[in-house]
Design a protein around this ligand. Structure first.
Ligand SMILES: [Mg+2]
Length: 114
């Protein structure tokens, strides 16, 4: 099953709307970024590792980062699908990318329907 950014934002809004506070969610986000850094440090050998399933750990910590990032976005009524497309459009012009995300997705979807 795939989940869209909008569906995840709606779910997180529903979950946090009665008690979620930007500042506490931001502190959780920072904690999760620290856990992500720890996994990357273990994988590269800069820190001792007992469990070597780095791919699973990396996936879990990135998921936590996305969770709190989108929770903050949802509580601030930000449409992150739109924001991601618009930011990428701006970056693709600024950094002279050969294609932007929106065009990439359109091309990709047209290939699968051919
Ligand atoms: Mg975590």
């Amino acid at each position: 099953m795939d989940v869209t950014i909008k569906e995840l934002e709606d779910y997180l809004y529903d979950h946090y709307k009665d008690g979620g506070v930007d500042e506490s969610l931001f502190m959780k986000l920072v904690e999760e970024i620290g856990e992500l850094a720890e996994v990357l440090n273990k994988r590269s050998g800069r820190k001792k590792a007992d469990d070597r399933d780095f791919k699973r750990q990396l996936g879990e910590e990135l998921t936590d980062v996305i969770h709190y990032t989108l929770a903050i976005a949802a509580l601030n009524n930000l449409d992150m699908n739109y924001m991601i497309l618009e930011k990428d459009k701006t970056a693709s012009i600024k950094y002279n990318h050969k294609i932007n995300l929106e065009k990439f997705v359109i091309n990709s979807r047209n290939k699968t329907t051919d």
